[in-house]
Design a protein around this ligand. Structure first.
Ligand code: GLU
Length: 368
């Protein structure tokens, strides 16, 4: 029912749906999946597909084993495989007259506000033109420090940026079980999750499928992003033919529901950042001021961790290292090291130039 009521839907497909464990392309599956997408389009829904498979298809073409690949080699392999991936989609989706486009994203494209807005605009224009964007990480460019590394979290950020109503993570597991279903016969599929608490995190197993890099951990991380962005998320088994039809009919999956959120789009983007670059540890007085809706000033900052630039995402922690808020820093980490603990009217003198006085402005900050 959640899927039925959604207007903008992001569907992520894992590599193991496209390529079986003998490295054979699951052509028939993709053909049937195209029918699912066509049905959704006919119901006037806007669809974004996030597809993995570039590295797996590159390996197939070059006859390489993915497990032994070094990063620089895998970047080249992804470049070769991405075109194979799109060819596969184009060939298959053409038969259903579905127009496709390709968007390759790096971490910064979603984590920098201006670039995220730009991506959103491109997606909206593609919707207006009647095209279905197929998104993947730009693996050929991404390096290990600045990389999503898994398409689950990438898909959640795409869902958040595009204002999607729901995200479906199709993989080779049915969803989240109360226990490991491979070991325990009495394991039950959890149908709905309202709150991602430690119990839920515990049951999320660490199993990894043959091709994908995610496992349950990154799916839970994706669910957290979605929950904060007002986007429902499902983990569903996509292996059977017509997986979307199956969800509509049987709803045999795990749904993560959303929290009621009064945050605007920008604040949702701030709170669901994937990669905060640093931390500010602040004193009790500053926590009190933030609670009253004030901005964070240098005087209340005790310590700064990490290397970051102006405009980067940071975490704001209390003296017990508990996260209190997320925000965008108006200063670099180096600048904050020089001005921390000091009155705002000293900033000019300490830095040697005039800047604003709020280290994190209240409009750039969200309580967690
Ligand atoms: N972007 C990678 C690829 O296309 C996949 C990452 C993942 O498995 O989640 O091969």
């Amino acid at each position: 029912m959640y899927l039925k009521n959604s207007k903008i839907i992001v569907i992520k497909i894992g590599s193991s749906l496209l390529i079986d464990n003998k490295m054979k392309v699951r052509q028939k599956w993709l053909f049937e999946f195209a029918k699912d997408i066509k049905d959704l389009i006919n119901q006037n829904k806007k669809i974004i597909i996030v597809s993995s498979g570039a590295i797996a298809l590159g390996c197939k073409k070059l006859n390489l084993n993915k497990k032994n690949l070094k990063l620089d080699k895998s970047q080249a392999v992804a470049s070769i495989g991405q075109i194979e991936l799109m060819n596969l989609f184009k060939k298959t989706f053409n038969s259903k007259k579905i127009n496709l486009s390709q968007i390759l994203l790096t971490l910064e494209d979603t984590e920098q506000r201006r670039r995220a807005i730009n991506a959103k605009r491109t997606i909206n224009n593609l919707f207006d033109l009647g095209f279905v964007p197929i998104v993947n990480e730009n693996d050929s460019i991404a390096t290990s420090e600045i990389k999503y590394g898994d398409n689950d979290r990438l898909a959640s950020r795409v869902a958040q940026i595009s204002g999607a109503d729901c995200l479906i993570l199709l993989s080779d597991v049915d969803g989240l079980y109360t226990k490991n279903p491979k070991i325990y016969k009495d394991a039950l599929l959890i149908k709905e999750i309202k709150n991602i608490n430690t119990e839920i995190e515990k049951v999320a197993s660490k199993s990894i499928s043959a091709h994908g890099t995610g496992g349950m951990k990154t799916k839970i991380d994706a669910a957290k992003v979605c929950q904060l962005s007002g986007c429902k998320m499902a983990i569903a088994n996509g292996l059977s033919l017509r997986p979307i039809k199956q969800i509509l009919k049987k709803n045999n999956c795990t749904w993560f529901l959303t929290k009621v959120s009064k945050l605007d789009a920008r604040k949702k983007w701030i709170i669901s950042s994937i990669s905060p670059k640093g931390e500010l540890i602040i004193d009790d007085g500053a926590i009190g001021a933030l609670k009253q809706g004030k901005s964070l000033l240098a005087a209340g900052i005790k310590k700064v961790n990490g290397k970051f630039n102006k405009g980067d995402h940071i975490k704001i922690l209390d003296k017990n290292m508990k996260e209190y808020a997320r925000g965008l820093s108006s200063f670099t980490a180096d600048e904050i090291s020089k001005i921390k603990g000091q009155h705002s009217n000293k900033i000019g003198e300490l830095l040697g130039y005039i800047t604003k006085s709020e280290v994190v402005h209240k409009d750039d900050m969200v309580e967690v």
